[in-house]
Design a protein around this ligand. Structure first.
Ligand SMILES: Cc1ncc(COP(=O)(O)O)c(C=O)c1O
Length: 389
């Protein structure tokens, strides 16, 4: 999406046919306020200066663009890793929570709430709440709390309350339902949403705060290689790290863009989180976008080995980019991701988050023997996944 189109989505809430704000009446004025305040913040040099200085001094940006020589040799291509895993708290999520935390403070909120799947967004929200002296409650599915236990400990240590829900499959969709329910009953809290999903203006807000990934990566590859990459790869759960990287390259027709979805174990049989591959346009959790549905058109639970990709929805901009063909979205199966998780650890001494390993696996397939130049977004580190596979 070009900058002008991004601006128009910020005003209208629509990315082509997708997006909007399908919410109960009580939330509509709250979201309008948020959209207005976000636009004002973007135009406020003091706000943006504080955001940038925190990204530098607190998060440790810019994150390196690292030439992965042994991985490149193995694949037969020139592969750079955008090291979001090196950010404070271990993933890209902090780029967004810092921005939203500053917005919350600007709007006078005293409490942040958030949903989390892999726990990275929960940790990043709890971190920012501590930094700004705000209260924090994080909603998490019971299954995710089990498989991402180290992150539950982190959130608690940071002073957040972690509320687990047993509803559904105890995964991200159920955590979002719980957080939205709490927001409807307590509209004075600030809902710090973790991906480029949900009702307007969240997809635009999250896109903007994650676009730093693509801005840096574009500049860094030009510095290092003197040209743009042939291809960029990112995993897509709700789609925030992917749109953060892709946003800087959408106008560059020569740059192929690939989104790796959580394939799970059976895409045709719906034991999958491959929303754009297998889903249909539907209103789900406040927005019109692709969603995994049953034969009657009702949203169903997703499945992926990766808690961060285990979500039946996807951000509305990705729905548009799929339809237009600008981005190719492909499922990566659980076993392929685990193999890439191990391979990157052995080849480069970098243990990736299992989410990011999906992007690595797709890059291995699409680049094999091609000699092409590519960037893979390494959205997070794998400490949370140790001992799981
Ligand atoms: C490390 C990591 N990468 C990717 C994701 C997927 O989210 P998104 O698609 O919004 O980037 C998550 C979600 O928790 C994550 O923790």
């Amino acid at each position: 999406m070009r900058p002008l189109e991004a601006e128009s989505a910020l005003r209208s809430g629509y990315f082509g046919a997708y997006g909007g704000a399908f919410v109960p009446e009580i939330l509509a004025p709250k979201l309008l306020d948020l959209a207005r305040e976000f636009e004002a913040a973007l135009a406020d040099p003091a706000f943006m200066a504080e955001y940038r200085s925190l990204l530098r001094d607190y998060v440790g940006r810019e994150s390196p663009l690292y030439l992965a020589r042994r991985l490149s040799a193995e694949i037969g291509a020139t592969v750079y890793l955008k090291r979001e895993d090196l950010n404070h708290t271990g993933a890209h999520k902090i780029n967004n929570t810092l921005g939203q935390g500053l917005l919350a403070r600007r709007m006078g909120a005293r409490k942040l709430i958030a949903e989390t799947g892999a726990g990275q967004h929960g940790v990043a929200t709890a971190t920012v709440a501590a930094l700004f002296g705000l209260e924090c409650t994080v909603f998490m599915g019971a299954e995710d709390a089990r498989r991402q236990a180290p992150n539950v400990e982190r959130m608690k240590l940071l002073g957040a309350e972690v509320l687990t829900t047993d509803a559904g499959t105890g995964t991200l969709k159920d955590a979002v339902d719980a957080a939205l329910g709490h927001y409807i009953e307590n509209p004075d809290v600030f809902y710090c949403l973790g991906s480029a999903v949900g009702p307007h203006p969240y997809p635009s807000i999250v896109r903007r705060f994650q676009s730093v990934i693509g801005e840096e990566a574009r500049r860094q590859i030009l510095e290092k290689e003197g040209r743009l990459p042939d291809a960029c790869f990112a995993c897509a759960g709700g789609g925030s790290n992917a749109i953060g990287l892709f946003s800087a390259f959408l106008d560059d027709e020569g740059v192929e863009l690939y989104g790796a979805e959580g394939g799970g174990t059976d895409v045709a049989g719906l034991r999958t989180a491959a929303t754009l591959t297998r889903g249909k346009p539907t209103v789900f959790q406040g927005s019109y976008s692709y969603c995994l549905v049953d034969d009657s058109g009702n949203p169903v639970d997703a499945y992926s080995i990766s808690a961060g990709l285990d979500y039946p929805g996807i951000g509305p901009e990705h729905a548009m980019l799929k339809d237009s063909g600008r981005v190719a979205y492909e499922p990566v199966m659980d076993d392929e991701a685990v193999a890439a998780f191990r391979r990157l650890s052995r080849l480069e001494g970098i243990i990736p988050a299992i989410e990011s390993a999906h992007a690595v696996a797709l890059a291995e397939k699409r680049l094999a023997g091609s000699g092409r130049l590519a960037i893979i977004n390494l959205s997070g580190r794998g400490d949370k996944d140790l001992g799981r596979f």
